[in-house]
Design a protein around this ligand. Structure first.
Ligand SMILES: Cc1ncc(COP(=O)(O)O)c(C=O)c1O
Length: 413
């Protein structure tokens, strides 16, 4: 193909018409070689959004579901008693599909990660001298609840730091976590990846060690589930808590949590009518029930039937289940690899590929780089990334392409 034809094709491609046409031609179910999905979003032309770890842009389909949800309440005649239940069940099932959980009643709708973790804290039952382990510099919503619990119970909270060395950092960090888990440890709570550097924690080994000492394993999946495969059968966490507005591509203020058997007979942090047995029967709500709905449903947030957020979250998860997280990983790797190689060659540090997610990584700068300068250059090029401490966090997804990374490279070197 000559240069002119390539340019014409590129322009055509850039209008997204070709992308939409490809979406139509290739049924999503058969995709294992993912192509760019920007046409499904409304990201403004000329902007580079590498910041899904901050929050995802809205899929057009999710936006549409939200608008229909708003319009429904124009006329409450359209909302029946059955609707209080009919939206949340498919949402639980769709999330179950994503994390490989067969029973949707083990999955609950939560408004935030801190809410999902408060449920774990309420049912943790620690004694003085017990130990909780977290990874160093975890997101605050997965730190403060444990800090409160240890203060209240005179137990100890230990944050395991990565080594100072940059070589084999992820490997050694994981080893340190495993070494720290001992017979006093009652809870280990961390992410599948670290929210700032993308360092991946070896959940299979950590689960094995926590089982040996009888500790709970609690995972904050907010920065991974949706983009990095998570299999509850494989990792067997006692609880998995996920905010919905990042890699799950949902709206803000809704998330999903899985609670395992440990929580079967626990107490919720609130006593909501809908979580009690027979709440489907609106005419006998004041025949008060002492039993809860089955499985983990007692832990759902009040008003979880949310007629706007639930359909949005459901639509987002349907799309992610079509794409599949393993394809998202492959796609992010493909578009980011050339730039990562070039950055490393000129002195930037990025966690080793075998010890991080492909969808999220921190970039540390060569000595003497002014972060303020970098911020300015990135802004000028209309690139959105996050700056966390002394590093820059880059978080691509399926609406990005290799050109976005070339732009980032141009801003950095
Ligand atoms: C790892 C992680 N967990 C949780 C959250 C959000 O917590 P919450 O839903 O309590 O606001 C974030 C937000 O950036 C996060 O990065």
């Amino acid at each position: 193909m000559d240069k002119k034809s390539r340019l014409v094709l590129r322009n055509y491609y850039e209008t997204y018409t070709a992308r939409a046409f490809l979406d139509f031609l290739i049924p999503q179910k058969t995709i294992n070689d993912m192509h760019n999905q920007r046409a499904k979003f409304s990201i403004p032309k000329g902007t580079t959004y590498l910041n899904c770890a901050y929050m995802s842009p809205l899929l057009k389909s999710v936006e549409k579901a939200g608008k229909s949800g708003i319009e429904r309440k124009r006329n409450p005649f359209q909302i029946s008693a059955n609707d209080f239940f009919s939206g949340s069940e498919p949402l639980r099932s769709e999330f179950g599909k994503l994390i490989n959980v067969k029973d949707p009643k083990r999955i609950v709708i939560i408004p935030s990660v801190s809410y999902g973790l408060a449920t774990v804290v309420k049912n943790a039952h620690l004694n003085s001298g017990d130990k909780i382990i977290v990874a160093a510099e975890q997101f605050p919503s997965n730190y403060y609840p444990w800090q409160r619990l240890t203060l209240d119970t005179k137990s100890t909270l230990t944050a395991i730091a990565p080594p100072d060395q940059m070589e084999s950092r992820g490997k050694v960090w994981n080893e340190r976590i495993l070494e720290a888990i001992d017979s006093k440890t009652k809870i280990v709570s961390l992410g599948h990846v670290h929210w700032a550097d993308g360092t991946r924690f070896d959940l299979e080994s950590i689960r094995k060690r926590t089982r040996e000492v009888g500790a709970l394993l609690v995972i904050d999946g907010t920065q991974s589930v949706g983009a990095l495969p998570f299999d509850v059968q494989k990792f067997q966490p006692d609880a998995l808590i996920c905010g919905g507005y990042k890699w799950l591509m949902g709206p803000y203020s809704i998330g999903l949590a899985y609670y395992g058997e440990y929580f079967n007979n626990g107490l919720p942090i609130e006593e909501n009518w809908i979580n009690r047995q027979d709440s489907e029967n609106f005419s006998s709500l004041v025949i008060y029930q002492s039993n809860y709905q089955p499985g983990a449903l007692r832990y759902e947030v009040g008003e979880h039937s949310n007629f706007i957020l639930v359909p949005m979250m459901l639509e987002a998860l349907k799309q992610i289940n079509q794409w599949k997280p393993e394809n998202i990983q492959q796609y992010c790797k493909k578009i980011s690899q050339p730039t990562i190689k070039k950055l490393r060659a000129v002195g930037y540090w990025i966690e080793e590929d075998d010890h991080r997610g492909q969808h999220l990584f921190g970039v540390r700068f060569p000595k003497g780089t002014s972060i303020e300068d970098v911020k300015e250059r990135v802004k000028k090029k209309k690139i959105s990334v996050s700056f966390r401490g002394d590093s820059m966090r880059v978080a691509p997804n399926v609406y990005n392409d290799a050109r976005d990374f070339e732009r980032l490279l141009e801003a950095l070197i």
